[in-house]
Write a protein that binds this ligand. Sequence first.
Ligand code: NAI
Length: 400
Amino acid sequence: MIIKPIIQGVVARSAHPLGCQQAVLNQIDYVKNAPQIANGPKKVLVLGASSGFGLASRISMAFGGSQADTVGVSFERGPSDKGVGTAGWYNNVFFREEAEKQGLIAKNFVGDAFSQDMRDQVVSYIQNEFGGSVDLVVYSLATGVRPNPETGELWRSSIKTIGEPVSGPTINIEQDTLESMDVGTASADELEATVKVMGGEDWASWISMLNDAGVLDKGCRTVAYSYVGPEVTYPIYHHGTLGRAKAHLHNTADLLNEQLADIDGAAYVSVCKALVTKASVFIPAFSPYILSLFKVMKEKGTHEGCIEQMQRLFGERLYGKSNHVPVDDARLIRVDDWELEPDTQDAVKVLMAQMTADNFHQIGDYAGYKLDFLQLNGFGYDNVNYDAPVDMEKMLALHP
Ligand code: NAI
């Protein structure tokens, strides 16, 4: 079967297995050659392990100096008579294969991280087959829906503003166009639901559950990821529903930090850079900022992808040479520091002011944005022959 990219809106409906393999190999290669993590953990649980920051965290932990065994939880679909499966499914498979070649444990759980059944399976595995405990839990779930654990009813997040509506241009990846878009104001219910989905409640519930089950090792740390961004993006992000959810996540880190003191553990939020991921392309009116940012940071030589961000987070911040974790006044780890450098932001503002539907290809780094999107789904790699058929029998025989 020959697999070509199928894009609908901001969602890729196909994925190329060999390109996904290449993506995993490239990230492994990067961390092997980067400054190594000196004091990293050895047993790591990654919630949301199959793509974006979670996958990069897992690769960094396994191959970036720490040589950690990992358990990954993600929600992905394998190949079937209905389709080729999702990129994250192949990422899981190829990550495990590479980790096992190095003699590392890489266990994948594919299913709903919000369900009790998944929690029970993960705890039982850690207790019985993973040495009994973990010393790092990465929380990197990104989703639009979460079931209420008591009623099963679904909370749905809304990416909206609080207060005033805004309108702004946004990229249509399917059509390669820049279109105007209105972002409405959230109702109280929509705001509450977004905080339920993307705030810290589920993170806290995982950590309490793991702690109660006695599977957090002494000194165990946990980290979740956030975004703040510059003022130009505040109306849609920091001061909108997502920002409110992230504020909840930040508060949760402080509560968990207190809870984990009993086991000499710690909880952190790392504020990361704006990047193209499966989740971030959904944020309306945000793409002109990313296009401008990529252009400026690439010219300046400070651009990073998920893997560079995670290797820097673990190697220099969370497990740096001293035991001290550098944080800002709000106790947040900042690996968005290069993004927020004043000269970078000044240059970004200039580009954003010039950007139109006719010139965004030249003014911003649209080529880079689109390539990142394609590569998330295994397309756009020079060394993969996309005209060659993929042996789907072979793909069907793979397992996560
Ligand atoms: P992503 O979409 O690439 O990854 C999300 C992961 O969550 C995937 O592994 C997916 O399978 C998993 N997942 C989703 N629902 C699940 C469920 N019900 N059960 C099990 N697994 C599930 O997202 P990305 O962008 O890496 O986001 C991770 C975190 O990083 C989020 O908190 C996001 O807000 C944060 N972040 C993202 C930035 C960006 O620019 N992409 C910037 C800063 C922070």
